[in-house]
Design a protein around this ligand. Structure first.
Ligand code: NAG
Ligand code: NAG
Ligand code: NAG
Length: 925
């Protein structure tokens, strides 16, 4: 009865207005997205009516109720995609054995799987990303080294940026890199053949799986420009797009009004299998943007300004939703960059509800009319200028965009910031001050000195503050094309107004990558750069490492003659005294358009407000404000030349595919033809004993595999990093005739359950109370031998002895890792008894059919005087209920109570079926 239609009944949707509930209009739009998903997915099992009520009742239930969220799609990278896909392929085998049509096994949630080059890279070398996502070590994405330490030439941010991860959503891959990639492709293909064949099989065999072949683009770029929609349509229903992904840039998508965040591999697999994510109904902080943007500030300044403000506001773990009249001044790239910075301020998401600006960005994709009428009908579209549409937030923080003023920094250190508006006075005071970071100590009577010289047959004058070097560098700026485009448009307008740069100034343009040159050229500004003397001198770091061509001799002589403080202005992020050139004592970092402006002015001693930049050929004064391009102008060009070309490029590569991918052979079979020789892809044994009726779950006479203390993290549990030469996994791989050089990492072998099981609890930091010192060993209790954890587990399994783990507080904290529950399950662990569990890990254990059991408050293994060497029996009642107390009996005649940490009936059912994978398989039987 909540269903409504659009387009004369052709398209259906769930209309929350049919709930007739006045609270809907007060809900933050991000919460409306959660509500719609709950209504649409309300099946009485994973998502119940009560969940819908709780979300609607957000004002009271925020930060209390646990609610489910079923995103519209899942985004996987190859690394995290392999285990999930391998499990589905194995499930096909399992159901086929029972005579069920294997083609029924498909992801329930549409899944985009992006195969990039990361297969070869050891993912564990990358810092774990925040927000629970696993870092896939993706090539082509923005590693800190590649561009995040680059403030786009904006000195305002030099220091801040030190700690800023992953800044740039629109990092463009340099052309030369693409070419190298092509050359490397063949090698890649040979190395990765098995996995590529497997992925290609997945793309053919599964419904709901879209595989993006290698070399199409970086994950976040594909997500922004290719995979995202305002709405999704399936089975005749239209609904808002939303996504969870294993890419650490997933939150970027919230800049487009698409709710989404990063999750671990095991969570994404659960979503693919149809289980929603469970989250505490979030508080939503409204970030109100007011005021207007100072025209001289660049997008990078704005992004960093807002990020800093949010960081100070303390909003960890909450949603941020933007509103207020200032939002419409932010372009889509500004919004996605801010959204990408979430880890900086620990928000779950930074959501920018869909507005006119968003729709404009999507014009490239069709179906926009229907999409916008749907979004308007359910009020997921808004006008930021109309305060009557503002929801009620948990709290509101306000940010006045006018408070951001443009800065440059110098003259000697990047951390000495100077507001552009006070540059003239600041330089004057530097001349006066005694020698130091902010002083040159020039005698009063020498400050007004003018030194004439000849250059190219013409006479010019130099004075203190004269600019002699001006370098627009974008080794750092490819992150945000709008900044370079602003500089280019400024150059164009300057030339059109008849302004020039004095020819003795050493000007240069270092675009950082071929892609930057390409869009500067495509937008028509490159010739104007050239007319002002900014010629492309090459790529990479030129000027900032002192590679400037020498200054004209006459200039050097004039500087020496007057003992002048001559200046360099550049848009890099490193410079410093004497580095540009010995005779240039003052060096300023400025954004690329300001470099152009100071070059035209010919001096840093200029007050742009009061003094003209120069004169037109007929003697009229031209001020900087007269030729500074408007934000709208820049955004339009950015949309037209940069994003449409990225989009066209991606689509072209998508449609063409590439010959390498085309030539990957793969079978058309419904079941995957496992290659028994493969050491990368192997059918996991999760379904080995799949039967129609779940077996009883009581545990009898179990041994403790491990006796652990407090704070055992997912890094201790899950295989990570390189495979030690002396380890259970190494023995296995050597038995397959691999040499240590060929071992590769656990990350790369996560499609092989034999390796991953052997790597479980193989951490050298594991503190096991059975063993005196840290290491991946345990006591095999019946024999008294000390063995690798895997070998002990293997022996127990062969003897038919079930296993449990004893642990202390906070068991399973740390980042989500996809083998963190699968590994223990395959070792034969049936229950973990701990003092407390990390919530996420508790979910993961239940999802694999392992019981999370908690000692009663105040009790632990020591207070109960357990040695860990006794045998444990846990009898389950006929009907288990959430949070029930169970009795553990030991072979020493002791008994104690523990709480079974099942949160809901759904948890109990999943557990009784032996976890999610077997539950899904069994529903098909
Ligand atoms: C924002 O700041 C500017 C300049 O500081 C001020 O003129 C303006 O009134 C402020 N706007 C709001 C809405 O507070
Ligand atoms: C964000 O979380 C991290 C780790 O939990 C913490 O170290 C950091 O201080 C937090 N930052 C903010 C701004 O809350
Ligand atoms: C700029 O574009 C023109 C026309 O498309 C092309 O001929 C020229 O080679 C390009 N220049 C650069 C430097 O890419």
């Amino acid at each position: 009865h909540l269903i409504d239609t659009l387009k004369d009944g052709q398209i259906k949707f769930f209309n929350p207005y049919k709930l007739n509930d006045p609270r809907y209009d007060k809900l933050p739009l991000s919460i409306r997205v959660l509500l719609e998903a709950a209504i649409r997915n309300c099946d009485g099992f994973y998502t119940k009516q009560e969940d819908v009520r709780n979300i609607l009742h957000w004002q009271q239930e925020q930060n209390k109720a646990e609610v489910p969220f079923s995103p519209a799609r899942v985004l996987l990278q190859d690394f995290t995609g392999i285990p999930a896909m391998v499990d589905l392929a194995a499930m096909r085998d399992a159901v086929a054995k029972h005579g069920v049509d294997p083609s029924l096994v498909n992801p329930k949630c549409p899944t985009d799987l992006i195969v990039d080059h990361s297969l070869q890279i050891d993912y564990s070398k990358w810092p774990p990303s925040r927000g629970g996502a696993q870092c896939g070590g993706q090539r082509g994405s923005c590693s800190k080294a590649a561009c995040s330490d680059s403030p786009g030439g904006s000195p305002a941010s030099v220091q801040q940026i030190e700690n800023t991860p992953l800044l740039c959503p629109f990092h463009l891959q340099p052309v030369s890199e693409v070419e190298t990639a092509l050359r490397n492709q063949e090698m890649e293909l040979i190395r990765n053949k098995e996995r590529l064949q497997f992925f290609k099989w997945c793309s053919k065999a599964f419904k709901n799986v879209n595989v993006v072949p290698p070399d199409v683009g970086a994950v976040h770029q594909l997500n922004l420009e290719y995979l995202s929609r305002v709405v999704q349509v399936s089975d005749g229903f239209i609904y808002p797009d939303s996504v969870v992904g294993t890419d650490s840039h997933t939150t970027m998508i919230n800049g487009l009004g698409i709710l989404g965040w990063g999750v671990g591999g095991i969570e994404s697999e659960a979503i693919m299998l149809g289980q929603p994510i469970s989250l505490t109904l979030p508080q939503v902080v409204g970030c109100k943007l007011v005021g207007s943007i100072n025209p001289l500030t660049t997008s990078i300044d704005i992004v960093l300004g807002i990020t800093k403000h949010l960081r100070q506001a303390g909003i960890a773990g909450k949603f941020v939703e933007f509103f207020g009249p200032g939002v419409s001044q932010l372009s889509v790239p500004d919004r996605t960059t801010i959204a990408n910075m979430c880890p900086e301020y620990n928000a779950t998401v930074s959501f920018f509800p869909v507005d006119q600006v968003t729709l404009k960005h999507f014009k490239k994709t069709s179906e926009l009319v229907t999409a916008s009428s749907y979004m308007k009908a359910v009020k997921l579209f808004r006008s930021y200028d109309d305060p009557s549409e503002d929801p009620q937030y948990s709290e509101v923080i306000e940010f006045n965009l006018s408070s951001m003023v443009p800065y440059v920094s110098g003259p000697k250190r990047p951390q000495d910031r100077v507001a552009v508006s006070s540059m003239k006075e600041d330089f004057q005071s530097c001349l006066d001050e005694k020698v130091g970071f902010k002083g040159f100590h020039i005698a009063k009577e020498k400050q007004e000195i003018r030194v004439p010289f000849l250059h190219g047959g013409q006479e010019y004058q130099l004075s203190h503050g004269s600019v002699v070097i001006a370098a627009v560098i974008s080794c750092t700026n490819n992150c945000n094309p709008s900044v370079m485009l602003t500089a280019g448009l400024l150059a164009r307008k300057a030339v059109e107004a008849g302004l020039l740069v004095k020819p003795y100034i050493r000007t240069s343009l270092a675009p950082g990558s071929g892609m930057v040159t390409h869009y500067l050229n495509a937008s028509g500004v490159l010739p104007y750069f050239n007319k002002l003397g900014f010629e492309v001198i090459g790529y990479g770091c030129a000027t900032c490492v002192g590679n400037t061509a020498p200054l004209p001799e006459a200039v050097v002589d004039a500087i020496k003659q007057g003992d002048l403080v001559a200046c360099g202005v550049l848009s890099g992020n490193r410079h410093f005294e004497g580095r540009l050139c010995d005779c240039v004592r003052a060096n300023y970092l400025a954004s690329p358009p300001l470099v152009v402006a100071y070059a035209i002015a010919g001096t840093v001693g200029v007050d742009f407000e009061k003094e003209p930049l120069g004169l037109t050929s007929d003697g009229k004064e031209v001020y900087l404000r007269d030729i500074w391009p408007s934000r709208e102008e820049v955004q339009q060009i950015e949309e037209d030349t940069v994003f449409s070309s990225i989009f066209k490029d991606l689509r072209g590569r998508m449609e063409k595919g590439n010959t390498f991918w085309k030539n990957v052979e793969c079978s058309d079979s419904l079941l995957f033809p496992w290659d028994h020789k493969s050491t990368y892809i192997r059918s996991p044994s999760f379904f080995s004993k799949l039967v129609k009726v779940p077996p009883p779950q009581s545990i009898e006479n179990a041994h403790a595999l491990l006796f652990l203390g407090d704070k055992v993290t997912t890094d201790h549990i899950s295989p990570a990093g390189s495979i030690a030469r002396v380890s259970a996994a190494a023995k296995y791989l050597m038995s397959k005739r691999l040499t240590p050089r060929e071992f590769n990492s656990y990350g790369a072998r996560r499609g092989n359950d034999a390796v991953m099981t052997r790597g479980t609890f193989a951490s050298i930091k594991l503190q096991n109370r059975f063993i005196g010192k840290p290491g991946p060993k345990t006591l095999h209790i019946p024999s008294g031998q000390t063995l690798d954890v895997f070998e002990a587990a293997d022996r127990y399994q062969r003897d038919g002895i079930p296993l449990i783990i004893l642990a202390g507080k906070d068991y399973g904290s740390g980042n989500s890792r996809d083998w963190v529950a699968k590994g223990p399950y395959l070792l034969g662990v049936r229950a973990v008894i701990a003092e407390s569990f990390e919530k996420l890990h508790r979910n993961q254990l239940v999802g694999m059919g392992i019981m999370p059991l908690q000692f009663l408050s105040g009790q632990n293994a020591d207070s109960l005087e357990l040695s860990g060497k006794e045998r444990f029996s846990i009898t389950l009642p006929e009907s288990l209920s959430p949070g029930q107390e169970l009795t553990v009996k030991t072979s020493q005649g002791k008994s104690f109570s523990v709480t079974a940490l099942f949160d809901s009936d759904t948890d109990v059912i999943l557990f009784q079926h032996g976890g999610l994978l077997r539950y899904v398989a069994r529903t098909l039987l």
